[in-house]
Design a protein around this ligand. Structure first.
Ligand code: PEP
Ligand code: MG
Length: 427
């Protein structure tokens, strides 16, 4: 029996990186130890994500979280006071039962994840351990970073239709070197875009927002930046895409650029395979709308064996959907986002199931983020091989890479990074 009992819980409104209201939860143990966590927020969401509850009233143009805060300070507070802080599963179950819906629409997934993460943080503080080592002190490796260089889609008002053009330093000897390689690419990309008069700013996750009008132009540009940084495709650094195809699907097919003829499902699949064959791409996320499972399956059977095919909107960190995607042979990798499902315990279930099904996992932040860097601790503590948190600009992104560096220093093993997933061994 633990002596560490929850004595108070508070909710408050803070702002996320898009300047929208979000929820901060503070959990207090034994009237003295406090753990704080902030709910992130997605822009391109899966159809089955836990509901992000907002006030939908006039203030903050509908984005307020007054109701969520009231729920934390009333029924959630009452239900959790007296609980042992280490009993994450029991606490999360109380939240799930209080909510009582399939998709957390009563309390809001944003409300439950803020409380659930604050409980975890408070438990680690109560036990005087850094969060990553409280989760599992034996996990001593840093994740392979997946870092955005160019942002598009819903994160850049649809400028380039594909959402994330990222790089993966898959051949880096350690995490520190991985960041140094990506830093070079990011700097070169920024300087080149500025010089060519093509730089419009940075998108929601810190990647550049260029005025390219073509996917191939963007990929050729990114490949050049990798080469100019003196890095070798496949062996050292490769490209990763998040198509976020839910946002491209229209009645008649997939539309990349406005006023252009839509691609049929088959044509779109062909186009993606062409791109993969022409560029050093080793990972692709949400290549099709989540309802197009047949295309997923065909694509997987036709794609090169080294290609990581990642389900994000397709599976939304939900065990039922992970099973469904696996039964349909749609993906080989699951993107894990705690706020898609709404509690820490359910996130762990999704990770464990993925492992059991021999699917790789990547843990990911959201496009709306904050100074909270809990995702970095989760990635190390849970031993997840890859981490996706955006780019190398904007403090809400750097707070995550910086936390990895802090953890790396404590690990005292020269920033040892996970080995790449087995499908990349042949690269
Ligand atoms: C993503 O799609 O992987 C992502 C991080 O964006 P969002 O948070 O908008 O879903
Ligand atoms: Mg995604």
């Amino acid at each position: 029996m633990s002596k560490n009992k929850i004595t108070d819980i508070k909710g408050r409104m803070v702002f996320d990186s898009r300047g929208k209201p979000t929820i901060e939860a503070e959990v207090i143990v034994n009237n003295k130890i406090s753990g704080i966590a902030i709910a992130p927020s997605g822009a391109s969401k899966g159809y089955n994500e836990a509901i992000e509850k907002k006030d939908n009233k006039k203030h903050f143009y509908g984005e307020g979280v007054t109701e969520n805060i009231k729920l934390i300070n009333s029924i959630i507070r009452k239900a959790l006071i007296g609980q042992e802080i280490e009993n994450q599963k029991k606490i999360d179950n109380i939240l799930i039962n209080l909510d009582g819906t399939e998709n957390k629409s009563f309390l809001g997934g944003n409300t439950t994840i803020a409380v659930s993460m604050a409980v975890l943080r408070c438990a680690s503080k109560s036990n005087k351990k850094p969060l990553w080592s409280y989760l599992n002190p034996k996990n001593k490796k840093l994740p392979i970073p997946e870092i955005q260089i160019i942002g598009g889609g819903k994160h850049a008002k649809g400028s380039i239709p594909i959402q994330d053009f990222m790089v993966i330093p898959n051949g880096a000897p350690d995490f520190y070197t991985a960041l140094e390689w990506v830093y070079r690419i990011y700097k070169i990309a920024g300087d080149k875009l500025f010089k060519d008069g093509k730089l419009l700013g940075v998108a929601d996750e810190g990647g550049y927002w260029p005025n390219f009008r073509d996917i191939e132009e963007t990929l050729t540009f990114l490949s050049k930046c990798i080469e100019e940084a003196g890095l070798e495709f496949f062996k050292e650094v490769s490209i990763s895409l998040d198509i976020a195809a839910n946002n491209l699907k229209k009645e008649k097919g997939y539309i990349l650029f406005k006023n252009n003829k839509p691609y049929s499902k088959k044509q779109f699949k062909k186009k993606l395979l062409q791109i993969i064959n022409n560029y050093p791409i080793i990972s692709i996320e949400d290549p099709f709308d989540e309802l197009d499972l047949d295309e997923y399956k065909e694509f997987k059977s036709e794609a090169p064996s080294y290609l990581q095919i990642v389900g994000d909107d397709l599976v939304v960190t939900n065990t039922k959907l992970i099973k469904m995607a696996n039964n349909n042979d749609a993906i080989n990798t699951v993107l894990i986002k705690p706020n898609q499902i709404g509690t820490i315990s359910e996130t762990i279930k999704a990770i464990n199931l993925s492992k059991k099904l021999k699917l790789f996992t990547i843990i990911s932040a959201r496009s709306g983020e904050t100074e909270d860097s809990i995702i970095s601790d989760l990635s190390v503590g849970w031993g997840i091989k890859q981490l996706k948190v955006g780019s190398m600009s904007r403090s809400e992104r750097l707070s995550k890479w910086n936390q990895c560096l802090r953890i790396g220093e404590k690990l005292e093993n020269n920033y040892v990074m996970h080995q790449p997933p087995s499908i990349w061994k042949s690269l």
